[in-house]
Design a protein around this ligand. Structure first.
Ligand code: NDP
Length: 452
């Protein structure tokens, strides 16, 4: 057979599986995108000839390295870390760093692949990358986290840079960890550049970066509802997670008049029938960021709230849902339960929280369903704005950044509509729209470069 990607979808997926054994998350992410792209490129010879889809689904490089550090007892600990640089066709690699025991090369490859499309959708010049380690920051002292971050950056600094690859935070990596990593980068290189985003405001960070992902996912939900003449106000909202994305999604939904009734972590979910007020959300932020506690403590603090151990919140009746914890946290049955309970809108704050079966349930039910690569792009968009501010050595005002975030989310929504039309239906296919719009931008840049 000639060396082209003129194989059918199944043949292509089989090839991806064969080349990436033991990497189910990566295969899942590629499958979800390929299902839409195959149709789109069917009659576009240039993409086939240049093997564009095959090339995007093969990271530019995967860097794997050892990270040694010393714990408070003086014991030596050994961790594995990676940086996956997926594609830099439209800008420097850009994507977060995750610290969680579940981190594997497969997880980071799926995240870097998704990031490539997401970053293209923002309209900003950023390629796709992702990094992380199986280090578990839970229960570690500040000193232990600092020594780990310093050791990680002592290796990672060779591969990143303001015009090369600009990491940010993700699960387990917030302001504290970014500070330690930035400090070590600066110390080694003697350069003060925007090599990381999500930095503290005192040393080059951008206003609203912390809020941007959760707020952006809520704005995307609002944009989708508007197409049907509906709004967030007056609706019951179920949210998973209780970290950065979840708490800020809860905050914005509440501000817009929604009634948020759940938050969760890996041990279970809290249900508050009275709804989360700003005061309660601030309490959760403090619990997570300062006291580093568990969401179960919420039920002890607030009367009427219940903690459901070992469960996800998808069984709680709602009209709107925002999965904001982690990948594959919403399965086919959960999607059926949500639809059965009358859910009309799902906006993914997390990356790939819905498994492939769940995606098909939402698509078939024709509810308003926004995939993470579109809905949670607000975070990386403001990271892109942080890069611009760092390059120009200026800081923009909060109102300006709020406006830009709203505009960027509206722009992503429009791009999804452009390619996500469903014949005979009022409800667009946002998954298809996001996949094609993101793909097209990266693919056209790759075509311009020839075979590289
Ligand atoms: P945080 O570390 O701040 O919070 C993560 C939350 O998810 C915690 O409540 C955590 O609970 C829960 N969680 C993590 N892993 C699991 C698991 N295996 N099962 C159940 N719950 C879990 O991370 P973020 O809020 O930053 O990230 C959440 C999601 O949003 C991720 O998918 C991330 O990739 C995505 N995202 C984040 C962006 C950002 O700007 N931060 C940008 C775009 C996407 P516990 O404490 O028990 O682990």
């Amino acid at each position: 057979m000639a060396v082209t990607d003129h194989v059918d979808l199944n043949g292509f997926i089989e090839g991806v599986k064969r080349r990436n054994p033991g990497q189910p998350e990566f295969v899942q992410a590629v499958t979800e995108v390929a299902e839409d792209i195959f149709d789109f490129i069917q009659d576009k010879e240039a993409y086939h000839k240049a093997q564009i889809l095959r090339r995007i689904a093969e990271p530019d490089r995967v860097i794997s390295f050892r990270v040694c550090w010393q714990d408070d007892k003086g014991d030596i600990r050994v961790q594995r870390a990676w940086r996956v640089q997926n594609n830099n066709a439209i800008g420097p690699y850009k994507g977060g760093i995750r610290f969680h025991p579940s981190v594997t090369e497969s997880v980071l490859k799926f995240l870097a692949f998704e990031q490539t499309f997401k970053n293209a959708l923002t309209g900003l010049p950023m390629g796709g990358g992702k990094g992380g380690s199986n280090f578990n920051p839970k229960g570690k002292s500040d000193g232990e986290v600092m020594r780990f971050c310093q050791s990680l950056m002592t290796e990672l600094y060779r591969y990143v840079g303001a015009d090369v690859d600009v990491p940010a935070g993700d699960i387990g990596v917030g302001a504290r960890e970014i500070g330690y990593m930035f400090g070590q980068y600066k110390r080694i290189t003697n350069e003060f550049t925007g090599v990381l985003t999500g930095k503290g405001l005192e040393y080059g960070g951008s206003l609203i970066r912390t809020e941007a992902t959760g707020y952006g996912a809520t704005y995307f939900l609002q944009n989708m509802l508007k197409t049907q003449g509906k709004d967030i106000a007056g609706h019951t909202v179920v949210i998973s997670g209780s970290g950065n994305v979840a708490t800020h999604a809860a905050e914005k939904c509440t501000q817009l008049g929604g009634k948020v009734v759940t938050l969760s972590d890996s041990e279970g979910f809290v249900y508050d029938p009275d709804g989360f007020t700003q005061e309660k959300i601030d309490w959760v932020k403090d619990l997570k960021n300062k006291r580093r506690g568990r969401i179960s403590e919420y039920a002890k603090e607030f009367k009427g709230a219940e903690f459901h151990v070992g469960k996800t919140p998808w069984g709680v009746p709602c009209q709107l849902a925002l999965p904001c914890a982690t990948q594959n946290e919403l399965l086919g049955d959960d999607a059926r339960t949500l639809v059965g309970n009358g859910c009309i809108g799902v906006s993914e704050g997390a990356n790939m929280p819905t498994n492939l079966e769940g995606v098909h349930v939402f698509k078939d039910a024709q509810i308003l369903y926004a995939p993470g690569k579109a809905a949670n792009a607000g975070g990386v968009a403001v990271s892109g704005l942080e890069m611009s501010q760092n390059s120009a050595r200026i800081s923009w005002k909060e109102e300006e950044l709020q406006r830009l975030l709203i505009d960027i989310m509206a722009g992503i929504h429009s791009s999804c509509l452009e390619y996500g039309g469903r014949p005979g239906s009022k409800i667009p296919d946002y998954v298809k729209g996001a996949n094609i719009a993101g793909f097209k931008k990266v693919a056209d840049a790759m075509l311009a470069f020839g075979v590289v």
